[in-house]
Design a protein around this ligand. Sequence first.
Ligand SMILES: [Zn+2]
Ligand SMILES: [Zn+2]
Length: 246
Amino acid sequence: MNFTADMHMHTQYSDGRGTMKEMMAAGIDKGLDKIAITDHGPNNIGVGVKSANQLLDIKKEALNISAGQGIEVLVGVEADVIGTDGEIDVPQSIYQQLDLLLVGLHPHVVPVDVEDGLNFILPNKFFGLSPGVRKRVIRNNTNAIIKVLNKHRVDILTHPGLNMPIDYEAVAKACVEKGTLYEINTGHNDQHFQTVSIINRVARSNVNFIVNSDAHYPETVGELESGWVLLKMAGVSPERVVNVRH
Ligand SMILES: [Zn+2]
Ligand SMILES: [Zn+2]
């Protein structure tokens, strides 16, 4: 399958190994029309951008380096969910100036307060302990995502279910209501969070999908084929995948 764009990747400004220029060159090599640089939000421990303001500098750099290169280099952010009431780690005043807003659940973040740290983020370390804990964790994670989708204009929900379990059907339904794209992420080796059977269930909601590499190296930019294989096995038609070239 031929893809037009890869809208989720990281550079040295967060935990990626490549520069923006190297990621852009890789996108050109892969024949993409468009890439998006989407570094981690500032509350992602040890790997996030220095501050939300730095994202605006990254956007300026993208405009400078991409002029006349034959590829569009957009800049967004992969913001973190940091509370149970729709809080993310990038203010609206900043993300409105970016090209797109991605949001993902990550377990290593500075929460908005101690209570959300103890009751929402931390239990994700222990959800394997008992079905009761797992049930509570799924409920909290799912509610937190839905609150974020209701509060912010989120373009893409990244790797739903990775490391933090969710109610897939409820999350997909919320994505449909808000016009948020459901990401198929080809950048994680452990694919337990997006099996064929999970994607098949998610697809029944009529949600639209995007396949992204989540590249942390130039080598993996545009490596999207495995995402298409998965979607096809789950019975999803190419019309529902926004970055497939028709
Ligand atoms: Zn992520
Ligand atoms: Zn990412």
